[in-house]
Design a protein around this ligand. Sequence first.
Ligand SMILES: NC(=O)c1ccc[n+]([C@@H]2O[C@H](COP(=O)([O-])OP(=O)(O)OC[C@H]3O[C@@H](n4cnc5c(N)ncnc54)[C@H](OP(=O)(O)O)[C@@H]3O)[C@@H](O)[C@H]2O)c1
Length: 281
Amino acid sequence: MTTDTESIWRALLDARSLDWIDRSSWCRSTPAGRVTLFGSGTWQADFTLDEEARTLLDSLAPLATAARLVVGQLGQSLDGRIATESGHSHYINGPVALKHLHRLRALVDAVVIGANTACADCPQLTVRRVTGPNPVRVVIDPRARVPARGPLFDADGDPPPVLHVIGPEASPEPAPGHVERLRLATGERGFSPAAVLAALKERGLHRILVEGGAETISRFIHAEALDRLHLLIAPLIIGSGRNGLDLPVIERLDEARRPRMRSFSLDGELLVDVDLRLSQG
Ligand SMILES: NC(=O)c1ccc[n+]([C@@H]2O[C@H](COP(=O)([O-])OP(=O)(O)OC[C@H]3O[C@@H](n4cnc5c(N)ncnc54)[C@H](OP(=O)(O)O)[C@@H]3O)[C@@H](O)[C@H]2O)c1
């Protein structure tokens, strides 16, 4: 008997809420049989899984079982662009890849974006395409130039918290109660990603998704503050526009990073799971 994807997703969500600091494995019964998740991010099942369920476990067990983790995501075209020149990016990816993005949000404690993305996309950053909890929403905005309106600042209903990370001199507009202003010191290159992560850790936020854009993710990679990167590659050639990554110039290819990666098919798109902590042997 095979199992349905929803049972596997529920198991991943339940695993996410366990304390994995001292735990090495956890077992869950599904209608089809037992699945065991390991602290190493691997899994085992005593029954046959279909491809969709295997992809879910292979790509997301490392997140669901991590005590601490920083993962980035970029939805990009075949030519490595994440938006047009004017900043239009809705949507590069199709529904299955977007569902994957919402699963990433549901598995983390906080989702981080840069000021340009907050201004260009006015995102909600909530979990809507799958079941699961909403993360704390974090906007990195040293000059407090993101207007205090739109979905992130909307106080209707019971909005998930927003952490607005601003510089020492910034004068933000007044905001509703679910928005906390967090002032951090800025260095020559803005906030150090390590300082942002330390401030999140102080608030009990240990599993972090850096959702974009390019500059924010590039700064995390450059500071070696990203553990994994999920690239969602769509069959699309934009040919111009914003590159997904923008790192300092290197002269020779032997200076390039060569991380380990695995790839998965997502309904005609490609998910590339890049493990930035492990180099190719
Ligand atoms: N396809 C996708 O997956 C995806 C995902 C997200 C966004 N996008 C697109 O990407 C575009 C925006 O990306 P982007 O690269 O231009 O900008 P971004 O990364 O969204 O925002 C960059 C800005 O955020 C602030 N910032 C980020 N990290 C900082 C740090 N460590 N210290 C200080 N400030 C920091 C800075 O603001 P200041 O300039 O005020 O200093 C910086 O200029 C939009 O068009 C959006 O639609 C695409």
